[in-house]
Structures are given as C-alpha cells and as structure tokens.
Design a protein around this ligand. Structure first.
Ligand code: PGA
Length: 249
C-alpha cells in the first residue's frame, strides 16, 4: 500500500512570520494523521519553517534549485545549500517554472539528479496544456515528460522520487480535472514507470494530483486507485482549508 502524501506549494507567498504562525497553528490539527505532510515554502521561509516544524509531522521542502553545487550563478540556490539547513524535499519542473523561467525537460532532469545526489527528495511535476489536451495529446505529453525527467535515474533512486501530475489548465483556475480523468492520467504515468523500471517500482512510486485541489474535492480525488495525494497551491495558504485536505482521507 502506498502512503498518501499531501504537499503544499506556497509559491511566492508568505513572509517568515506568517510561515511560523501557519505551522504553529496547523501542527496540532494534523498531528494524528498517517498521511505525509510536506510544505514547500519560499527560500526566505525555509530556515524558520524548518525550526518551527521540528518535533511535528510536517516536512519542509523548497520549490526549485539549481543543478550545480556552487559557482557563478547569481541568484541561484543549490541542492547542497538546501540540504545544509535540513530541507528534505524540492519541487522540480513546476509548470510555472517551465512557462515563465524557461525550464526544459533537460534542465529538469539535471536538477532531479543533483537533488538526489544531495539526498533531497524531488517532487517532479508534469502536465499538459489545454491545447494539448484538446488535441488528444495529453497522455503522450505527460508520459514523454516523465521519461525525460527520469532519464538516467536508477531503480534505487526511484524510491526517493515523488511525481505530481498537474494539468496546466487546472492550476489556479478553479478548474479541477475530474477524478476519473486525473486517475487515468496518473495510470498512464505509472504505466510508463513500469516500462522503464518494472512493475514493483511503478506500484511503489507516489504520484500526486495537482490543480485546484480544495477541501471540497480532496476526498474524491484521493480515494481513486492511483492518486496518492495532492500538490496543493492556493488552498495550502489557509490553515483551515489545508488541514481539511490533509485529513480528507
Ligand atoms: P493550485 O496550484 O492548487 O492553486 O491550482 C497547484 C500547483 O500549482 O501546484
């Protein structure tokens, strides 16, 4: 049985004092869940969040990283730096990074490899645009993105990897994929992993759904056969809403 993972993606929101107060408020509400809870916070909140989340069941992640360890890359943060303060997770290849910051399948793959070398667990995002979906190409796009993201990873490294299927048309739009559509897309990703690494690895890999997950639709989405939890944007910014999502299953 795969565990459920609920990951919040705060994007470019929350100042350190807000992050501290959020974690202090939500921790007692979710302390008894068996689900894994991850909060992916802005770089400036990482240290405060890690300290506040100590002795709770909340894990802390970043939202991006550079693939090099160090060097002349003004403004970038490396996996080694994230690890040095105790960060455990890092989102890689979010569609907003692909769209606004020119991330490619190749840089996504380099970042994943560097994250794993630094003992960070990557949360790898894949997803199709509305146009691609309407052309009937969704499955082809997401399985290709998956293959390119995972290129060169060993079976052993796959144990550290979380994938997130996030249809771009559903992110921040209030439009959620139906639980059936999302489940089918995730099944297609799992099938690709099975082709690449075998059935056991495919069955063990955690694959999340992301795109307008709310307290209202979380239970239905997370109760399907292949959706192992959610990557939650907007709804992870409110204690009440996010705790309900964590406790939905
Ligand atoms: P959303 O964002 O929940 O606000 O749609 C999800 C994401 O971008 O990870």
């Amino acid at each position: 049985m795969r565990k459920k993972v609920i990951a919040g993606n705060w994007k470019m929101n929350m100042l350190p004092n807000e992050a501290i107060s959020f974690i202090e408020q939500i921790a007692p509400l979710v302390k008894n869940t068996k689900n894994e809870i991850i909060l992916c916070v802005p770089y400036t909140d990482l240290f405060y969040s890690l300290l506040t989340a100590q002795n709770t069941n909340i894990k802390i992640g970043a939202q991006n990283m550079h693939w090099e360890e160090k060097g002349a890359y003004t403004g970038e943060v490396s996996g080694q730096m994230l690890k040095s303060i105790g960060t455990q997770y890092v989102i890689i290849g979010h569609s907003e990074r692909r769209q606004y910051f020119a991330e490619t399948d190749e840089t996504v793959n380099k970042k994943i490899k560097s994250a794993l070398l630094n003992e960070l667990n990557p949360i790898i995002c894949v997803g199709e645009t509305l146009e691609q979906r309407e052309l009937g190409k969704a499955e082809e796009i997401i399985t290709k993105q998956t293959e390119l993201a995972l290129e060169g990873l060993t079976k052993e490294q796959m144990k550290k990897v979380i994938l997130a299927y996030e249809p771009i048309w559903a992110i921040g739009t209030g439009k959620t994929a139906t639980s059936e559509d999302a489940n089918n897309s995730i099944k297609a990703i799992r099938k690709k992993i099975s082709e690449l690494y075998g059935k056991d690895t495919a069955n063990e890999t955690i694959i999340l759904y992301g795109g307008s997950v709310k307290a209202e639709n979380a239970k239905e989405l997370f109760s399907t056969s292949d959706i192992d939890g959610g990557l939650v944007g907007g709804a992870s910014l409110k204690v009440d809403e996010f705790s309900k999502i964590i406790l939905a299953v």
